[in-house]
Design a protein. Structure first.
Length: 470
């Protein structure tokens, strides 16, 4: 389902040529830090700093607003990370949740087969071919050493529950949030009294023991998912629901500022589909490291509820009182990552331009996503009356949105600092403000300025935020 103009990574230019640009900005400005950095870090685990946690929380709020708050047919759930181990046996994760792994015979480094140079575009059939390494002449990217034939590596983290560590105490850190929605289908449907079709939305941590994590927070071993399971009638109604959700999920990213030309839809090939899937399409984004999955939309059929009903002995059928029918619902899933979405918004909002002979860096983040909505700045920090008025304005704003006060540099540098972290508006209090009780609101993207009465600042900002959502 790729469109002709986006079939090749080289035909669409990424928003930034190198991911290092965003990684460096993230570290410098407090978006993302390497975890446990004072001990040398831990591979593929990241911590969100003061600005990063605000950005990620805003991404999750925006998703929840669209998927739950603004809809009448979707409700929320927060299932546990630890579940009965039989859940993962029934779902197939214990037996088949794996990636193809190869190992270098000389340096003993291990790689995911499809991450090797020359193997990025292999079909699912090729990835299962035991002769693929020899057939393509693949070698270790580190030292050109010989690679082993691929073997399957299960991605689930295993741990133990209780004081005794034996086979009976084994549990798993969940690799996805979806199973919590399936095993709670009857609980949610009965308590919420929802009629088919309806959805269960969930945001939560998941864990995968990735072979080749990397590219900052794009692929990590601990990550946060934003998933929605939509329960529908079997057959054509499910297919229709799939076709409705797919463009809606792509449009969500565009609505929050991602350039349409850097998004595309890629349908899974027949040999790539999960054995239970009727159809699967990825929303992909043109990252600096190529086209990669941003979100998946899947028609899962009745596999999940049927399997759990069979294994548990509990009926997961839906009864339609209008038609007096009993049936096992099919499921249309939308599966996104909060971390990947946050990274995408950071990359796609990055701007560089020359202003008065100097480089100006800004993040053109949608106001709903920006960590701070407003920065309140004094033109003269040595005037107590100006500083006091700044703090009064900030205190009023903070009841409704994230606002910050800063007086650690000259006003020009303060503007540049707020531009670089994506703050949409700056409110500047100057000497005239003490006389006319008006302040200047500066727009991040246009750098235009407007004089506004002090008592009208909050209304002006809230109106601008509301306009950005339209």
């Amino acid at each position: 389902m790729t469109t002709p103009e986006t079939e090749s990574p080289d035909q669409v230019t990424p928003a930034v040529p190198s991911l290092e640009t965003i990684v460096n900005l993230g570290k410098r400005r407090g978006f993302i830090f390497p975890s446990s950095e004072i001990y040398g870090g831990i591979n593929a685990v990241w911590d969100y700093g003061p600005l990063g946690v605000e950005l990620k929380n805003n991404v999750k709020r925006a998703w929840w607003r669209t998927m739950v708050q603004e809809r009448d047919d979707v409700v929320g759930l927060d299932a546990g990370i630890l579940m009965h181990p039989q859940v993962w046996v029934t779902s197939g994760h214990v037996g088949s949740f794996s990636d193809p792994l190869v190992e270098c015979g000389s340096c003993h480094r291990r790689y995911r087969l499809d991450e090797l140079p020359g193997a990025e575009d292999l079909s699912a059939t090729d990835l299962r071919d035991e002769t693929i390494v020899e057939r393509l002449g693949l070698v270790c990217p580190n030292d050109a050493g010989p690679l082993s034939a691929p073997r399957r590596f299960n991605l689930m983290f295993e741990t133990h529950m209780g004081p005794v560590q034996d086979e009976s105490s084994i549990v798993y850190l969940r690799p996805e949030t979806a199973q919590g929605s399936y095993v709670n289908f009857r609980n949610v449907q009965q308590t919420s009294r929802k009629k088919i079709p309806f959805g269960i939305a969930q945001i939560g941590k998941s864990f995968r023991n990735e072979i080749s994590p990397g590219n900052s927070i794009f692929r990590t071993r601990e990550f946060e998912q934003m998933e929605m399971q939509y329960f529908v009638r079997p057959g054509e109604p499910a297919a229709a629901a799939f076709e409705e959700w797919l463009p809606a999920r792509r449009a969500w990213y565009e609505g929050y500022g991602v350039a349409p030309e850097r998004l595309r839809l890629r349908e899974h090939a027949p040999d790539e589909l999960a054995h239970y899937a009727k159809k699967a399409v990825d929303v992909e984004y043109r990252f600096p490291f190529g086209w990669k999955e941003l979100e998946g939309v899947h028609n899962r059929g009745d596999f999940d509820l049927s399997r759990h009903a069979e294994a548990s002995g509990q009926s997961l059928e839906y009864f339609d009182p209008a038609t007096e029918e009993h049936f096992v619902p099919w499921i249309v899933e939308t599966a996104a990552g909060a971390d990947r979405a946050a990274l995408t918004f950071l990359i796609d909002s990055y701007r560089e331009e020359e202003v008065k002979g100097e480089l100006r860096v800004s993040l053109a983040l949608h106001p709903d996503l920006a960590p701070y909505k407003v920065a309140v700045l004094p033109l003269l920090k040595k005037r107590p009356e100006i500083v006091e008025l700044c703090h009064r304005i900030k205190a009023d704003l903070k009841h409704d949105l994230m606002a910050v006060y800063d007086d650690t540099a000259a006003i020009g540098k303060l503007y540049r600092r707020q531009d670089e972290i994506g703050t949409p508006w700056c409110v500047t209090v100057d000497v005239d403000s003490l006389e006319d009780l008006a302040v200047t609101i500066r727009d991040r993207d246009t750098m235009s300025q407007e004089r506004v009465p002090v008592e009208g600042v909050k209304r002006a900002i809230l109106d601008r935020m509301a306009a950005a959502r339209r």
